[in-house]
Design a protein around this ligand. Structure first.
Ligand code: MSP
Length: 486
């Protein structure tokens, strides 16, 4: 048994959660459930990022005080994760006074250790990113991610001394030696490239932002929201009493590529400066568009995970988002794609197979042979064994490598083969011909396949897995994914 500490980003609480936030959270939940099922002790952390200019602005637009505003939105996040059956261990909030206190202490330590310098800075700030952008990063004068013009800021700030060879050469060697694993490989190359280009000092305070944690020793400044946010991964281990965990801060930080820079460079650099251990792995998945377009309120294509889960069920959403395209790559989703996965993969392929198999067992009086196992040989013959044969699945490897869509493809291969088997062997013909032995073998094989499938889909579709197991135990068939009339 080992211990695993897995995190999602803490999401900005300036609006209600959308399917993009749900995507990372579902992936983390699948991993957490997978490892728990294997007997590992898992600490799965998610939460909300509640300070900074972006939240303050959203609160102001809503005519509320920032704290009142974030408190008001919090239930929407918790409710969404409940609807999606997310079993997080703890929910983190950066407005937790315990976090605020530890963050001040840690920033104080950076100052004490000589890693902080006060200087004047003129820059272009994107509030939506909550970061300064270089003019070379702009596209037609706008932030490439948010398509908005950054604002000119000239402030005297505290800077984290990231430039200079000390930290960057350490980071380079840690990443090259895989002591700090960055995946996928393309993202690792990007990170290495950026470090080699030379790192600049990072501003870690704001003079003009009141909604934040006060900078230690200078009440006129607040701690930069990203420093406050990244430290959550560490402060959580103190707040939630994880002292006994060998691995601080984390085994795996999950996020999309938009914030990899902060997780793969700034965060490890801060930990190095503080003499704290580094995370083991940082994995940046892709970004998705909705129906071919960037998800945006203006376009009106923002997908609400709650509404989708109400319509298609929690498991269908969990399945569809991870099945649609490889986790590390960019891709596209839409309600149509989810509906089609629901109808085809879940309803027609999985649901029908279960219902048919159980109905035929009842109809033809075949009882599951629980003492033996049945499997298909490469030649398409049905073999029996006393023990469950180890299906040649790369499922475990796929999940450990975060290749969720490949793991699911593998499971669906089993389902499809079993459907083909039934079509080819035609149990109804075998029953008519009174070929009892072959009939029992075919239906038992389908039965065992379905049992394996129920186990394999458990991290992705926990409710479906339970329903399948129950139906296979009681031999009472019920539609798993009833038709939805849209
Ligand atoms: N508050 C920071 C994170 C601080 S972590 C120390 C933040 N929050 S965010 O609300 O903007 O969330 C960004 C994350 O949401 C992405 O990294 C990704 O995990 C998820 N996604 C948001 N939109 C997404 C897509 N369209 N596609 C895929 N993931 C998306 O950044």
């Amino acid at each position: 048994m080992s211990k695993k500490y897995i995190t999602t980003p803490i999401y900005y609480i300036n609006d209600i959660p959308h399917i993009g936030h749900a995507y990372t959270t579902i992936a983390a939940d699948v991993l957490a459930r997978y490892y728990k099922e294997k007997g590992d002790e898992v600490f799965f952390l998610t939460g909300t990022d509640e300070h900074g200019a972006k939240i303050a602005e959203a609160a102001k637009n809503a005519g509320k005080e920032p704290k009142e505003f974030v408190d008001g939105l919090l239930p929407r996040f918790k409710e969404a994760w409940k609807n999606l059956n997310i079993e997080y261990s703890e929910f983190f909030r950066t407005t937790d006074p315990k976090h605020e206190k530890i963050v001040q202490e840690l920033v104080g330590k950076l100052v004490e250790k000589g890693f902080v310098e006060k200087k004047k800075y003129d820059g272009l700030y994107c509030i939506a990113c909550e970061k300064y952008l270089k003019s070379s990063e702009l596209v037609n004068g706008k932030c490439p991610d948010h398509k908005t013009e950054p604002i000119k800021q000239s402030e005297e700030n505290y800077f984290f001394k990231l430039s200079g060879p000390a930290i960057s050469s350490k980071l380079l060697s840690l990443i090259n030696n895989n002591e700090l694993i960055i995946e996928p490989q393309t993202r690792k190359n990007e990170v290495l490239g950026k470090i080699k280009q030379g790192l600049e000092d990072v501003s870690i305070s704001r003079a003009g932002v009141e909604w934040g944690i006060k900078f230690p020793g200078d009440d006129s400044q607040t701690i930069y929201v990203w420093v406050d946010a990244l430290l959550n991964y560490y402060t959580a281990t103190k707040i939630f009493d994880m002292e006994a965990w060998e691995s601080h801060p984390a085994d795996l930080h999950l996020m999309a590529k938009d914030i990899l820079w902060f997780h793969a460079i700034i965060w490890p650099a801060m930990l190095l400066a503080l003499d704290l251990p580094l995370p083991k792995k940082v994995f940046a998945h892709g970004f998705f568009t909705v129906g071919g377009q960037k998800m945006s309120k203006t376009i009106g294509n923002v997908l609400d995970p709650n509404k989708l889960a109400d319509k298609y069920g929690t498991d269908a959403i969990r399945y569809a988002v991870l099945r649609e395209f490889p986790f590390g790559e960019d891709g596209d989703i839409s309600e149509e794609k989810i509906a089609s996965r629901y109808k085809n993969d879940l309803g027609n392929e999985l649901g029908n197979l279960l219902q048919r198999t159980i109905s035929m067992m009842n109809k033809y009086g075949v009882t599951p042979d629980r003492k033996r196992s049945y499997f298909l040989t490469d030649e398409g013959e049905i073999e029996e064994a006393d023990e469950e044969p180890t299906a040649e699945l790369l499922y475990d490897d796929h999940i450990k490598n975060l290749q969720f869509e490949m793991a699911l493809q593998n499971v669906w291969k089993l389902i499809r083969e079993t459907n083909v088997l039934i079509e080819e062997k035609k149990p109804w013909v075998l029953a008519k011909a009174e070929n009892k032995i072959e009939l029992e073998r075919v239906l038992n094989l389908a039965f065992y396949r379905l049992y394996s499938v129920a186990k394999l889909v458990a991290p992705f579709m926990p409710e479906t897995s339970d329903k399948m197991k129950k139906q296979l135990e009681t031999l009472k068939p019920e539609q798993l994914f009833p038709r939805i009339d849209s």
